[in-house]
Design a protein around this ligand. Sequence first.
Ligand code: NAP
Length: 300
Amino acid sequence: MLTGMQIAIIGGDARQLEIIRKLTELDARLSLIGFEQLDHAFTGAQKEKLAEADLSEMDALILPVSGTSLEGQVETIFSNEQVILTEASLAKTPESCTVYSGITNPYLTGITKQAKRRLVQLFERDDVAIYNSIPTVEGTIMMAIQHTDITIHGSKVAVLGLGRTGMSVARAFSALGAKVKVGARKTEHLARVTEMALEPFHLSDIEKELRDVDIVINTVPHQIVTASVISKMAAHTLIIDLASKPGGTDFRYAEKRGIKALLAPGLPGIVAPKTAGQILANVLTQLLQSDLKNREGKVT
Ligand code: NAP
């Protein structure tokens, strides 16, 4: 249970509703900031504005997966009002208050450091990233179906990167009957690709290896599908770039060459917001329960 905890949920999309549902079930007291247009009412949760909320007793602030923009703006699907998180707002919270976010950027890292508040990035955790790869894969399959006129079965697919997302993508496309090759730079990753009965290639050979594929799925968050790589691809190739913005593809050049290249951020929130929200809600519950235990340990 989370009885006695006060938590502010600041902004977010449908995923946040699962977090609100779970935390209120566990008896936490919630302030919902940036939710004025949400019709549903949750017992134990009160809608408030950031400027008017009493942050002085908050045990935690929960931000959306995206955290804030580089100007401090928090994404609010359920509000028309701008919510800007500042160092001054953080300074109103108790020193023990933890800020939970999906990812961070220099702005969010900066204000939490200046205010001396702990920042936890949920997407840095392997468990969250691996669970999250499940709806990501389903979204990628959806995009491949929508944007090609061939079946995945029998198609030639190149996956770039064998991290938490790349491994799930490669396995799922192979299970659907695609001929999958995976590009990586570490020898242990190339060995793992071989063990998975897929075709490995070193990323230094990317230009040669992408010449004859139907779909390229990039998970490497660095410019890797460069103009030079794209210039040698077959004209019908579809590039689905899953890496976080700005992706790893030269989109300008792809457009110029007439190759369809799609940056596809936030697929879990689009194709399965409920599941994606439950993944976050489950891990947040564990973390908040451990925060509460530590706090009680300090009091007794
Ligand atoms: P990850 O586990 O860290 O995997 C990243 C992969 O990229 C690793 O194989 C890594 O290899 C490789 N890599 C990183 N920098 C590289 C470089 N400079 N050159 C070559 N390879 C490089 O990350 P992840 O959890 O799989 O996520 C991958 C990306 O997808 C992230 O940007 C994440 O934000 C994004 N993502 C997007 C969605 C969506 O809906 N679109 C969903 C989930 C994740 P090494 O081990 O050799 O560094």
